[in-house]
Design a protein around this ligand. Structure first.
Ligand code: LLP
Length: 401
């Protein structure tokens, strides 16, 4: 459930008409709903109640806006406490140590050696897990699958016991357990279950060889509804499956949800520039583009399009942005609300992997972000103009004349 709903024939974010935000802040603009973020955070947390010790770490990459993080931190999510990533540089590892991060998820053995040496030099012993690649097919888009044997993430599960033993012997590391994340936008929990069953066997093997294992990081990945007809797993489906699979693990379970918390808590508000006749269908040209919302161009992703003041009439159209690339197309031959030049519209489910993946391609401004809270709203990220970006560029003296 989200708080972007029609009231008296026009779309609101909570109690604020989207048209007001468009008027006052301009378009394109991302709009987040605080109540929706809080609701998703609560529903996810409640679905995992009863699992014993649980640590929730919001996947900051999904939406790193500071106001969003503040909402989630208040809801009990420990953003940024777990450091994952296949390319953490030694300098970043050192920074993480200096910042006192709670846990490092190691992606391979050499990284563990470097982290141990850095920690030892600081007189620290740092908590770490080994990220395992369980070799399961997440059944999602290939570009967001991470748990197949040949993906770049984690270590092959059959090599994990020996590697874990070597890492556990290092003086700067306190190996706490294992981590896995097999992909994003999963449409059911079966692939997660297959992965967790393997993780369970690994934990038992590690314990049998004398290792203490007290944490298992189960990653993120739950899919959300992009199309009205999408059938997606509920957090309670995850909770029930995890309770069943992990009942004998006796560890602290960690989760890194991203999309399920933020996805439907944000929309991209845009204005129709023109409705241009086309050969098969008209082109609805909007003022948002692939640089503002990259997912359709990158993954062929679907984002539901709705008029802010729907007339009740419909049309079939292509929807595209103004950038000079055919990839700057949000939809082809889509049945949508009838819109005219100057109308406002939204792309839904844009709260995760939306603004954070924006760029300034085509010398476009960096898209701003707004958060709504009841009947008030605030700009939580400014529009950064092309001029400001150009001001950070330099023409060297030897090119000046
Ligand atoms: N944990 C790790 C280690 C991850 O790599 C990710 C996401 C998550 C947790 C959060 O996954 P979620 O709950 O959001 O599925 N840009 C793509 C999605 C990339 C996901 C990257 N990893 C998209 O727009 O679909």
């Amino acid at each position: 459930m989200d708080h972007f709903q029609l009231k008296d024939g026009e779309l609101y974010a909570e109690s604020v008409p989207l048209a007001r935000i468009a008027e006052e802040v301009g378009t394109p603009v991302y709009v987040y709903s605080r109540a929706t973020l809080e609701r998703h955070a609560r529903v996810f947390r409640e679905a995992l109640e009863g699992l014993g010790r649980v640590h929730l770490a919001f996947a900051v990459k999904a939406n790193p806006n500071l106001a969003v993080l503040r909402v989630l931190a208040r809801a009990g999510y420990g953003a940024d406490i777990v450091f994952s990533g296949v390319g953490k540089t030694p300098a970043e590892l050192a920074q993480g140590l200096d910042a006192g991060l709670g846990q490092f998820n190691l992606e391979h053995e050499e990284e563990g050696h470097v982290l141990s040496a850095l920690a030892e030099a600081r007189g620290q012993r740092v908590s770490a897990t080994l990220r395992v690649n369980p070799d399961v097919d997440a059944g999602t888009h290939e570009k967001i699958s991470t748990g197949k044997a040949d993906n770049k993430f984690g270590v092959p599960i059959d090599q994990a016991p020996a590697m874990y033993a070597r890492l556990a012997a290092l003086p700067g590391l306190r190996m706490r357990g294992v981590a896995c994340h097999i992909g994003s936008q999963l449409s059911n929990v079966a692939p997660l279950e297959a992965a967790y069953v393997r993780i369970g066997r690994l934990i038992a093997d590690l314990r049998a060889t004398g290792h203490a294992v007290d944490r298992a990081d189960l990653g993120g990945g739950l899919g959300v509804r992009y199309r009205p007809e999408d059938v997606v797993p509920w957090p309670t489906d995850l909770g029930e499956m995890v309770a069943r699979v992990t009942k004998d693990w006796h560890v602290e379970l960690m989760f890194e949800p991203g999309r399920v918390i933020a996805g439907n808590a944000g929309v991209l508000l845009t204005r129709v520039v023109w409705v241009k006749p086309g050969v098969t269908h008209p082109y609805v040209i909007v003022d948002a583009a692939m640089n503002d919302l990259a997912r359709p161009a990158l993954y062929g992703a679907y984002h539901h399009f709705e008029a802010v003041r729907p007339s009740g009439e419909h049309m079939t159209a292509h929807i595209a942005g103004p950038v000079c690339e055919t990839g700057d197309t949000f939809a082809m031959s889509r049945a949508i609300d009838r819109v005219r030049s100057g109308d406002l519209a939204i792309f839904r489910t844009a709260g995760a992997y939306g603004a954070t993946m924006a760029s300034t391609y085509n010398s476009r401004a960096l898209v701003p972000e707004v958060m709504v809270d009841g009947d008030r709203y605030a700009v939580v990220a400014d529009r950064i103009s092309a001029e400001t970006i150009m001001n950070a560029e330099r023409v060297p003296e030897w090119l000046a004349d």
